[in-house]
Design a protein around this ligand. Structure first.
Ligand code: ACO
Length: 428
């Protein structure tokens, strides 16, 4: 039975169909609103109530704390899958067979290099540049070395562009760090797995062998999977909207990296550790910082807390909290900021300010503690998030292009001056 919603404006009624997703989410389809009402629009700052697309990639239920990629629960994927399997699943819709996965990995390895001239671009950046700025610039620069635009109607061209970015991006991310750390640029070792190879590219010392560490690889694998997609968040919406102008995959991803950088989004993982460090340096007085977070006159927010969609708990945070304990135990690391984080969480979950506003730890509250234990420096945390989110951005870009979505172009309600006459400079 089809359902409709009625909007009444100045006594006149307009009917709009209600569409229903496979998980019974309802949406009023207002595509015809402006044309049938003679120009009435909707306003929804921050798109809190607006669906920008129909998507078959990721389902999340913020009230129940459910997150699924292509129908598979995040808990099961984080436990049982490898990052590249999840990347394949997100992008192509199904888990790969062993043969498909091997081919996918081989095709990615085949692209795991960049033009030598990329080194010159990297050289132009000051060593102190933030890795996210460098990474987005280098990703954008890939276009200059691969200028042919992708014919999205060709499955082969689409596939080639996808394996190209999955091959080259880890090189760029690792090199961004090596430049920052003053280490010589180097390639990894294609006989290693995708995650292990990335770690080697980051950390191999010039005159020492690299030894794979299973605990590190497994923790990183889990973190990357947990970050791999999150439907229409700020950076993914950016990727889709940039791509909707028919801009290519690399520049759309580069735009996504910039959107991710902000502390209200992916940059929160760095901000959380800096906040925990500051609290530790201030004598570990969590109560003081809780008070600051609640004080409306103070701009301080409890970083890693709150989420636009999750209003009960963030399932990724639950998995990461357990993983943080495990990884620190397995690596024999005692990190006092883990205790500060747990203390803050406990206090917040009992505090009416946080309870009333449904503010819970998000994915980034504990991720930085794991990154730190793995030896990843704080300003590389957000690039790590970008590496994890890459398959999500690719899959969302691909879905948008294959779906031939119209260019993203929101409306506004103008609230500025009405028409006025120009006043010559001398008379102002
Ligand atoms: N600390 C203190 N108060 C908070 C926090 C916080 N971390 N988050 C939200 N609030 C308060 C707001 O001040 C607001 O209070 P009010 O109703 O009295 O005005 C209320 O909770 C609702 O907050 P909004 O900002 O309206 O919620 P929104 O959905 O727009 O923002 C966001 C979500 C950006 C994640 C926010 O919770 C925040 O800033 N958190 C800290 C940054 C962070 O951890 N970001 C990472 C998000 S996960 C990710 O992107 C991977």
């Amino acid at each position: 039975m089809s359902r409709n919603a009625t909007i009444e404006i100045d006594g006149k009624k307009y009917e709009f169909p209600i569409i229903e997703g496979t998980e019974n989410e309802l949406a009023i389809d207002i595509k015809t609103l402006r044309s049938i009402t003679g120009g009435v629009t909707t306003i929804d700052p921050g798109f809190k109530n607006t669906g920008s697309c129909e998507s078959a990639i990721t389902f999340l239920d913020g009230e129940k704390g459910i997150l699924r990629y292509r129908g598979y629960s995040i808990e099961e994927l984080a436990e049982k899958a490898e990052f590249l399997e999840v990347a394949y699943l997100l992008i192509f819709g199904e888990l790969p067979t062993a043969e498909e996965l091997t081919k996918f990995h081989n095709d990615i390895k085949d692209q795991a290099h960049v033009d030598e001239d990329v080194k010159k671009i990297l050289d132009g950046f000051p060593k102190t540049a933030h890795p996210m700025g460098v990474l987005s610039s280098l990703t954008s620069a890939l276009v200059a070395f691969n200028p042919d635009s992708v014919n999205v109607d060709s499955e082969e061209e689409m596939y080639n562009a996808i394996v190209r970015i999955l091959g080259k991006f880890p090189v760029l991310a690792a090199w961004t760090y090596r430049k920052h750390a003053g280490l010589p640029l180097d390639y990894g070792d294609n006989s290693l797995g995708y995650v292990d190879n990335f770690f080697k590219m980051m950390f191999k010392k010039p005159a020492a062998d690299y030894e794979s560490n299973e605990i590190v690889v497994s923790a990183l694998n889990k973190l990357l999977i947990l970050h791999a997609d999150h439907e229409q968040n700020c950076s993914t919406s950016t990727v889709r909207i940039v791509g909707s102008s028919n801009a290519g995959l690399f520049v759309s991803i580069s735009a996504g990296i910039n959107a991710l950088w902000g502390p209200l989004h992916g940059g929160a993982n760095q901000a959380v550790i800096e906040m925990l460090e500051a609290i530790k340096g201030d004598g570990g007085d969590t109560k003081k910082y809780m008070a600051k977070a609640k004080d409306k006159e103070d701009s301080f927010r409890l970083m890693g807390f709150g989420h636009r969609v999750y209003k009960n708990f963030d399932p990724r945070a639950k998995i990461i909290k357990v993983a943080a304990d495990e990884v620190l135990n397995e690596l024999g690391i005692e990190d006092p900021i883990l205790d500060i984080a747990k203390g803050l969480e406990k206090e917040a979950l009992e505090d009416p300010y946080f309870v009333d506003r449904k503010l819970y730890p998000n994915v980034d509250f504990y991720s930085g503690i794991i990154y730190r234990a793995l030896g990843i420096p704080t300003d590389m945390f957000t690039p790590m998030f970008a590496l994890g989110r890459l398959p999500g951005w690719i899959s969302q870009w691909r879905e948008m292009r294959l779906g031939k979505e119209p260019i993203g172009r929101p409306r506004q309600i103008y609230i500025g001056e009405t028409h006025r006459n120009f006043i010559p400079l001398k008379k102002r």
